[in-house]
Ligand binder design. Structure first.
Ligand code: FMN
Length: 193
């Protein structure tokens, strides 16, 4: 299958970043779809995202360790550099912190650095209707969108659910939506500023 490749024929690297939502339990489905599109995939989780994923299975599936925390000074990088990033599921917490430039998790540090380097990034928030109603969340999505982040959000993607029902609705999630937003993302976006 043809897929995202660099000029020298290597597979392009996609970082899938999973935040603290029950949807993250099923992120292996996204990994599978991305690999079928030709991406080499690495999974990064937030510390809360780590509570939901099966690290061993994802490491087996991707061939790379799942990273969650910043490395220690002097440690070598264990992941190849990213050609694109996809935050899915993206929590309200991570979206809001990202929009104001906070880097207190590895996931946020990677995103904010990648954004500054013009790496294509898509974000697919998953949350309930109560959390999504907070005005800061909408403002953060708008800001990220204005800066070139491909924000995939709204009823056309997945309908907001009542609090406490996110786990039940995970089966209906359209895992392809974030990947579709990255198709054609061969050109870097202009860095912010
Ligand atoms: C069981 C459970 C389910 C949650 N589901 C979501 C969710 O779907 N979306 C969301 O934005 N936050 C959800 N949260 C809240 C986040 O996990 C919380 O805000 C956390 O600080 C997110 O951290 P992170 O953004 O670093 O992953 C959930 C929390 C729990 C305990």
């Amino acid at each position: 299958m043809s897929g995202p490749e660099t000029a020298n024929g290597h597979r392009r690297v996609l970082y899938v970043i999973a935040c603290g939502s029950p949807l993250a339990r099923h992120v292996g489905r996204l990994v599978d779809l991305a690999q079928r599109e030709g991406w080499a995939v690495c999974v990064v989780t937030t510390p809360d995202g780590a509570k939901f994923v099966d690290r061993t299975e994802l490491a087996r599936q991707t061939g790379h360790p799942v990273r969650t925390h910043y490395k220690n000074p002097g440690d070598l990088d264990v992941l190849p550099p990213a050609d694109a990033m996809l935050v899915c599921p993206a929590t309200v917490n991570t979206i809001n912190k990202w929009a104001v430039g906070i880097t207190d998790t590895l996931a946020l540090g990677l995103l904010i650095e990648a954004q500054g380097m013009g790496v294509p990034i898509a974000a697919v928030p998953y949350t309930n209707e109560a959390m999504a109603a907070h005005p800061a969340f909408r403002a953060s999505l708008d800001r990220l969108g204005q800066w070139g982040v491909r924000v995939v959000f709204g009823d056309h993607v997945v309908r907001l659910h009542p609090p406490g029902t996110g786990e039940r609705r995970a089966d209906a999630f359209p895992w392809d939506a974030g990947l579709a937003a990255l198709r054609g993302a061969d050109r870097p976006v202009a860095p912010v500023g």
